[in-house]
Ligand binder design. Sequence first.
Ligand SMILES: Cc1cc2nc3c(=O)[nH]c(=O)nc-3n(C[C@H](O)[C@H](O)[C@H](O)COP(=O)(O)O)c2cc1C
Length: 188
Amino acid sequence: MELNDALEQRRSVRVFAREAVAKEVVDELVHAATLAPSSFNTQPWHFHIAMGSARDRVIAVISQTTQYLEEYADVLGPEGTEFAARFYADLGGAPVVIGVSTPAYDDASERRNAYIAVGASIENLMLAARERNLGACNLTVPKWVESELTEAFEIPGERELASILIVGVPAEEPEPRGRRADVATFLG
Ligand SMILES: Cc1cc2nc3c(=O)[nH]c(=O)nc-3n(C[C@H](O)[C@H](O)[C@H](O)COP(=O)(O)O)c2cc1C
């Protein structure tokens, strides 16, 4: 697949077929993630991959998120809130749930660099998934259960959970979400 096609066709997928993803394929996705740039090549990312019974343990924690969704009721609307409640109960059936961690930097500049690099690695992984006809979604909403998730992903004390990624065979074809046009200003 051409890179530009992957960029144009990638969507956040939230409904998955009950189909496993082979470990070798997950390894390829992680490899793509590690090709991302990072400040001084620090490669701050680590991928904590939950599949099978480990995935079920992580989902049991994330599903507690449903009780907090009221906070987003205004943004999501009634239908969106209902969908979110169903989605967070089982993450759309995604067979692979990945916690992405970075070192827990105190320094604001180091932390910013780490998060930018992690974001780049996540996008690489999502594009590599798209190329393999897999779907993925980046999640930060389950913030209320962050410490429980840190434990469930077995993230060591000197690191912090930056984001969660879910991956699987898509069982939906989401419409493209609109993009703002007023995003660039040419100076001078
Ligand atoms: C940092 C970040 C956090 C996100 N958190 C969530 C989330 O918690 N739950 C969710 O359903 N989608 C989440 N998303 C996916 C966005 O909703 C999605 O990227 C956006 O609506 C644009 O849709 P698209 O990815 O299909 O183009 C997140 C995306 C990013 C980049």
